[in-house]
Design a protein around this ligand. Sequence first.
Ligand SMILES: NC(=O)c1ccc[n+]([C@@H]2O[C@H](COP(=O)([O-])OP(=O)(O)OC[C@H]3O[C@@H](n4cnc5c(N)ncnc54)[C@H](O)[C@@H]3O)[C@@H](O)[C@H]2O)c1
Length: 381
Amino acid sequence: MIRVPIKLRRVTDESYDVRIGRGVAPRLTVALRKRPLAQRYILVTDSHLTRQGDALQAAFRRRGLSADLISFPAGEGSKSRRVRDEIEDGVIGLGAGRDTALVALGGGVVGDLTGFVAATFNRGIPYIQVPTTLIGMVDSAIGGKTGINHPAGKNLIGAFHQPAAVYVDVDYLKTLPDRHYVSGLAEVIKCGVIADRVLFASLETQIERILRREPDLMSHVIEACCRIKARVVMGDPRESSRRKILNFGHTIGHAIETLSGFRLAHGEAVSIGMVAEARIAARLGLLADGAVERISALCDRVGLPTAVPPAFTPAAILQVARRDKKNRLGRIVYALPIRIGAMASERGDYAITADDVLVTEILQDLRRLRPRPRGLIAAEI
Ligand SMILES: NC(=O)c1ccc[n+]([C@@H]2O[C@H](COP(=O)([O-])OP(=O)(O)OC[C@H]3O[C@@H](n4cnc5c(N)ncnc54)[C@H](O)[C@@H]3O)[C@@H](O)[C@H]2O)c1
């Protein structure tokens, strides 16, 4: 055999800033005038954000920046190969090339889809994240995970592609429907559990102000979450070790979200997942019962579901969870807390296995819980 070594080191700097504040358009467009990312920009958004999309496009044009707009039907169902194709067709139809950057204006769906198109179009063009949902602001816009769903599982097709910048405008939260705002709070609670007990405690004491979406308080909450995500992603951009802690609540959560046919919002499924996985941690002797209770109570108080929808059997949940790409040798893995603010690791690995029998018992228990009236969404499934 002849050996031709190809030694590659990362040659590009993938660093970027997350900017958090009020009024994104002036800051973003001024920054792009000063330091252009591309010669032309294509804004990608969804059908619920027409007004915001038009306003941002107008702001780009006022500043003399070339900006087109592509929109697709809102909802998780659009995180599909079909819609990905449609966006690519749109981008190609607009004559875009390597001189183009995309701007994702929307929630996690817009961000994941746009990032994925940017990752592969012309073998990779830059993109900017302008998240408009709480999930986007605290989680999905940062870290470079992009992708689409497949009927066999969530996010099965994707790529790592870091945005060139993230602009968080808390004023976008004003129009976000309650259900999606509360769904985003699940990821905020997750941040507290995995890395910040002070954040968690402040959520417990300031629920009313958070539910009122007070912009200054929300800027601080979002900043705390962004700092956690930034720290974790910087230490492990490709999720080989510590980044796995971000998956707390997501093993069971993703399975439930998939089983619901995406009728449950992402954060709603993650909330149920966090309660289930906290209980798993407790049964493994990792987490105190009191901490499980605090996690469950906080999810409940903000209006997130904490019971497993009765229509989903533990066997069905485990079957979907088994397809998760993060599993090891066919065994389902979980990210589990050891206390509020810290996660368990086994020999430096944050992916913990648990016996299916034990998980089945826990899911069965959570299925017997009667969802509260405002958890109707879960009960209806
Ligand atoms: N890439 C990552 O690291 C990562 C992390 C977490 C979640 N995600 C993904 O994110 C997705 C969930 O994100 P999401 O909850 O933001 O969903 P989403 O993008 O579907 O947004 C939720 C709904 O809110 C609407 N909306 C968005 N902003 C609005 C605004 N300001 N005003 C009014 N309506 C608005 C949207 O049109 C949509 O109907 C899932 O697909 C999940 O897998 C990705």
